[in-house]
Write a protein that binds this ligand. Sequence first.
Ligand SMILES: [Zn+2]
Length: 144
Amino acid sequence: MAAGRTASQNAKKRAKRAKSTLRTEENRVRLTKARARTIKKKKSFGIRPEYDTTEYKEWSRAVKVRDGFKCQFPNCGKTRCTLHSHHIIRWVDAPHLRYVLSNGICLCKRCHDRVTGAENLYVGVFSMIVYQNTLNQINRNNER
Ligand SMILES: [Zn+2]
């Protein structure tokens, strides 16, 4: 049989989803447990508290917007994946550049892992990419 769900399978799935979001005591407990697991998981991955600030999130978002939600590593260009905002000059090396837009570049997780530990090697090329993306963003904004 061809791939894809039949109409009745879709209806069953919808019904199941509707049931799972009902405000019942059972669902409340289930969701609370799920949230606790997420928090525990985040802690075990060591999400740093400084990454949990509005300032950081806004910076990270602005970097991704400027870069079109696309990995900027040369010849990568992935979009449908986990995207990170990488600090071109490392966070620890330049506290005054932590939230400066031009010090960030959008990378996919894989490329970010590749860069981590060798950040200094990429400062030049990333700066050139960001320079071009910034000019493109200015031009886009002027066209509006
Ligand atoms: Zn990439």
